[in-house]
Ligand binder design. Structure first.
Ligand SMILES: *Cc1c(COP(=O)(O)O)cnc(C)c1O
Length: 228
């Protein structure tokens, strides 16, 4: 059976190969380990093998793991859908939020970010798959939303996040990620982050400019949603 450390090595190899294929510096691609549904012990193992950044989708689960891992210098990223009543705990307990898709949520995060913490890093989730996706702002709404979020105190708008509909057609996959990159470039803002690419499509995302790939299955194995 492969260990988490083995898997990290394999994923890092994939990242390096994908970056080299398009003449990108591999250090410009960061690995976010998506630990949702996995126990704190799996995060501990990934940390021991060199990872520092962990992504979680479910607030209560994330807070529980954080409480078990306070001895480790980890950076936590919130990557799931956000309800208004969850913003305070997110603002207080995460370094990044990748899944902001409306102004009301950003305003609450801005108001609730504790003054003694660094600004909360924000990515706007954009929907480039039309009706196939429920999450993310529309490309049409993106410019105004980005301008507004960029003006909010205690937040630092870093870039865009997207989860294009999966497809086995590499050209289609590339086109979806390229659309995210083009949308980011069309904004007249200083942004340095494209959060895109998961276990099955990180090569395509890196070819189109991803700076964070969010990887769960390829690091920790398949998720079992039947187990708490
Ligand atoms: C679960 C999840 C991932 C990781 O997906 P894998 O296919 O397991 O790599 C990445 N991003 C988001 C937003 C997720 O919810």
């Amino acid at each position: 059976m492969s260990t988490i450390a083995d898997n990290i090595g394999l994923v890092n190899d994939r990242i390096r190969t994908a970056a080299q294929a398009v003449q990108r510096d591999e250090t410009s691609v960061h690995l976010l380990a998506v630990s949702k549904t996995k126990p704190a012990q799996a995060v501990r193992e990934a940390h021991a093998a060199g990872l520092r950044d962990f992504g979680e989708n479910y607030l209560q689960e994330a807070l529980g793991k954080q409480a078990e891992l306070t001895d480790l210098p980890l950076s936590w990223h919130f990557i799931g859908p956000i309800q208004s009543n969850k913003t305070r705990a997110i603002a207080e307990n995460f370094a990044w939020v990748h899944s902001v898709d409306r102004l009301k949520i950003a305003q609450r995060l801005s108001e609730q970010r504790p003054a003694d913490l660094a600004p909360l890093n924000i990515c706007i989730q954009v929907n480039v798959s039309g009706e196939a996706s429920k999450s993310g702002c529309t490309p049409a709404d993106l410019p105004a939303l980005a301008e507004a979020i960029n003006r909010l105190p205690r937040l630092k708008l870093r870039g865009l996040m997207a989860i294009p509909e999966p497809t086995d057609d590499r050209a289609e996959q590339d086109a979806a990620f390229a659309k995210v990159r083009d949308l980011q470039e069309s904004l007249n803002l200083k942004l340095d982050t494209l959060s895109m690419g998961m276990s099955h499509d990180l090569e395509s995302a890196i070819a189109q400019g991803a700076t964070w790939v969010r990887i769960g299955t390829a690091l920790f194995g398949a998720r079992d949603y039947g187990q708490p």
